[in-house]
Design a protein around this ligand. Structure first.
Ligand code: ATP
Ligand code: MG
Length: 406
């Protein structure tokens, strides 16, 4: 069946009262950007839904892109027909036949009419098409509640639209509608999932990643970039900020007692993330911490680390079990990358037994032995900012380069 348009239904934004126009505007901008490689489409945002006219573009790849745009509740591929009941009959029958899972499955017809001049009203249309279909398909069942197939008919001024599928989309709020923040991205399992959840609530995130060459390899950095590329379809593109962290880690290592290495390192990471946030105009810091998961994620540790800033630190996976986080990582396609074994800057200097209940005053006191400010200035001076797009590749590129040298 060749579809002519995709009808997009908005998510939560329909309930946002006077903000609705802004939300629809933001969503439309995101849809236009995501579909920029399909120049024949015409996109028409309306008050209660958006119509994407295909003009010959196949529906499937467009639908695959829509699946990753937050703010869309569901969508239906539809066929536009002239207001000629002979044509409507023929297409309706074909469409139902094509969608029906079994000959004795159930169906109903659901008509909406915005063109009140059309000869048949909604009841007459439901009856007319219902009779046509039950006559042609004798085994089919009519069912008003939860039928297997609903034939949706819309009588509009410019034509009659038919659809039989309503496909659940990503939900959430349009990215950007909730403002800007930075997200602390490691190469692990949790922070990419936290990124997905932040984007889902409409937050436009920029990734901050700390790396420590030569202790961490180019693979570890590329892994963080590739994870960002996996998340980019949800955002259009994502800014990636890499921050050299070697000097700070070496200094911490040589001045701070082992039990507090991790706490003090994390305090520096958070300070740097906060400075970058301020420079970039963000309002919050997101991370992938989950209560009790590791030594740095006890409430005592969070207290000792969080101390360096009053900026809101948001932790989307804070109460999730590891198995729940993994299930989501698999769903969004980051899991396989996350478990690739490259050293992280936090693990290489990790003491064998970090304090699970660090004391805030001690952390402050040990840190005072370091000349932190100039080191942080140098780290910030060395940061590199790039933009990562969907389908950008970093891991394979590296392998190819290596192969070319052989
Ligand atoms: P993840 O799976 O996200 O790495 P984790 O359970 O391994 O989390 P930690 O390694 O303790 O936990 O890190 C906790 C959080 O600190 C991470 O979720 C991330 O937000 C941040 N973080 C850790 N390492 C880095 C890094 N190299 N760059 C930026 N942020 C980091
Ligand atoms: Mg980690």
């Amino acid at each position: 069946m060749e579809y002519t348009e995709i009808m997009v239904r908005y998510g939560e934004l329909s309930t946002k009262g006077k903000n609705r126009r802004n939300f629809i505007g933001r969503l439309t901008g995101n849809v236009v950007k995501a579909l920029k490689n399909y120049p024949d489409l015409s996109i028409h945002p309306k008050r209660d839904r958006m119509h994407i006219e295909l003009n010959g573009t196949p529906a499937k790849p467009v639908m695959a892109i829509l699946d990753k745009i937050f703010g869309i509740q569901n969508y239906s591929p539809a066929i536009k027909l002239p207001k000629d009941m002979t044509v409507v009959h023929q297409t309706a029958l074909e469409l139902v036949k094509e969608t029906l899972p079994a000959p004795n499955a159930s169906f109903k017809v659901n008509t909406r009419r915005s063109d009140h001049t059309f000869a048949l009203d909604t009841n007459q249309m439901n009856l007319d098409l219902g009779n046509l279909i039950t006559d042609a398909l004798p085994d089919i069942q009519v069912k008003m509640k939860h039928p297997d197939v609903t034939l949706r008919v819309e009588v509009r001024r410019d034509g009659i639209y038919l659809s039989t599928e309503t496909i659940k989309a990503a939900g959430g709020l349009p990215v950007g509608s909730a403002g800007k923040a930075v997200l602390m991205l490691s190469g692990g399992i949790d922070s990419p999932v936290a990124s997905y959840l932040a984007l889902k609530r409409g937050v436009d995130i920029e990734m901050v990643h700390f790396f420590s060459p030569p202790y961490t390899s180019i693979d570890a950095l590329n892994k963080a970039k590739e994870l960002t590329a996996k998340l980019a379809p949800y955002a259009g593109s994502i800014t990636f900020i890499e921050v050299p962290f070697t000097e700070i880690q070496e200094e911490v290592k040589s001045h701070v007692p082992e039990g507090y290495l991790m706490t003090v390192q994390r305090r520096f990471m958070l300070r740097l993330a906060d400075r970058i946030r301020a420079q970039r105009g963000g309002l919050a810091i997101f991370n992938g911490e989950s209560v009790g998961q590791v030594a740095s994620q006890t409430l005592e540790s969070m207290t000792a680390i969080n101390d360096v800033t009053t900026t809101p630190i948001l932790r989307p996976v804070v109460t999730m079990d590891k198995t729940e986080i993994i299930a989501l990582a698999e769903k969004i396609g980051t899991f396989d990358l996350s478990i690739m074994p490259f050293e992280d800057c936090c693990t290489i200097f990790a003491p064998p037994r970090p304090k699970t209940k660090p004391n805030l005053d001690r952390a402050r006191q040990y840190e005072a032995a370091l000349d932190g400010e100039p080191m942080m200035d140098r780290a910030l001076a060395g940061m590199k900012i790039t933009t990562i797009h969907p389908n950008d590749e970093f891991m394979n590129v590296h392998a190819d380069e290596a192969a070319a040298l052989l």
